[in-house]
Write a protein that binds this ligand. Structure first.
Ligand code: ASP
Length: 317
């Protein structure tokens, strides 16, 4: 028995790779790291790794994390520049007893010492998106539109679970801004005794609900991952609207240690990728409904083709 679930269609190639490894008996740590690296390396996914969208100073600052559900080891980097695979640095940090979450220059120094690959992560395409947004928003820069995190939960044949994330965060964010993705309990959580969860959406709001931990806690109480996701997302969405008048995007995926999985969102257009011992890698599209109930259906061939076409279309400035 093994399984892997991840946020967004962009995770599909990574999930396919990870699933192949898990099928051969790979460790959940190795599979999740390889799967996320696949997404980080693809230049046309503009919110993760190479080709990620820059902050308001036109610098690509990346956040990533890794958690081992057996030992509860956590490692994370935030606002790191010029390194190719932040998830691998996060995983390496998870083995440190202390200093396992590093930001900015400190994270870069650690990565350098450990011999991680240095790379200029700002592509010409990302620069074009930046110039375009600057022109559109001459009055005031709107951070936010143009973001997404790849967040994954993985279960291997031995019952070990892991979770990992990687993102360039919000487009046009302030230098030094940190979202939920490298924050344990908010962007990700994994406990092999129960299950794992990971988030994408507006980090500032996801953090207010410690939502990945909350989903794992609900699964521990006996809820199916689908129920746990719907309940946690529904509650946070309602609380935010009640107290603040609005809620940012909240989208979550989860899997328990039996390989059962679930998702929930408060937005239209959320997609996810999943694979398991009984299911080929597939992409599903989610529709939020009444009472935070979510339904999903497999993405059509047409949707999949259109997705790649729009991802790779030239940037019209
Ligand atoms: N949660 C990420 C952040 O706030 C962005 C996203 O997932 O869309 O940095």
């Amino acid at each position: 028995m093994w399984g892997m679930i991840a946020t967004w269609r962009m995770a599909l190639e990574g999930v396919t790779k990870g699933a192949g490894m898990l099928e051969q008996g790979a460790d959940a740590g190795d599979a999740v790291e390889a799967a996320i690296r696949e997404v980080e390396d693809f230049p046309y996914y503009k919110s993760v790794g190479y080709g990620g969208l820059p902050n308001e100073d036109m610098e690509v600052e990346l956040d990533a994390a890794y958690m081992d559900g057996d030992t509860l080891d956590v490692g994370a980097v935030a606002a790191i520049r010029d390194y190719a695979n932040p998830v691998s640095i996060a995983r390496r940090l998870s083995r440190e007893k202390v200093n396992s979450v590093l930001v900015g220059e400190g994270a870069e120094r650690f990565a350098h010492k450990e011999g991680f690959e240095r790379k200029n992560m700002l592509t010409d395409r990302a620069k074009a998106f930046y110039r375009k947004r600057k022109k559109e928003d001459e009055q005031e820069l709107r951070p936010y539109a143009g973001h997404d995190t790849v967040g994954m939960v993985c279960l291997d044949c031995k019952g070990k679970m892991t979770a990992a994330t990687s993102t360039s965060g919000l487009f046009m964010k302030k230098k030094g801004r940190v979202g939920d993705s490298p924050i344990v309990g908010s962007g990700f959580y994994a406990d092999s005794k129960v299950g794992g969860a990971s988030a994408t959406g507006l980090g500032e709001d996801l953090m207010k609900g410690c939502i990945s931990y909350e989903i794992v806690r609900l699964m521990k109480e006996g809820l199916h991952p689908q129920e746990a996701c719907e309940r946690a997302v529904g509650l946070l969405d309602r609380e935010l609207k009640e107290r603040r008048g609005k809620a940012g995007d909240l989208s979550l995926i989860a899997m328990n240690n039996k390989g059962e999985w679930g998702v929930a969102t408060n937005i239209q257009g959320f997609s996810f990728a999943v694979a398991s011992w009984g299911e080929e890698p597939k992409v599903y599209l989610v529709t939020p409904g009444e009472d935070s109930r979510c339904t999903f259906e497999e993405a059509s061939q047409e949707w999949m083709e259109d997705y790649m076409r729009t991802r790779m279309a030239p940037v019209e400035e």
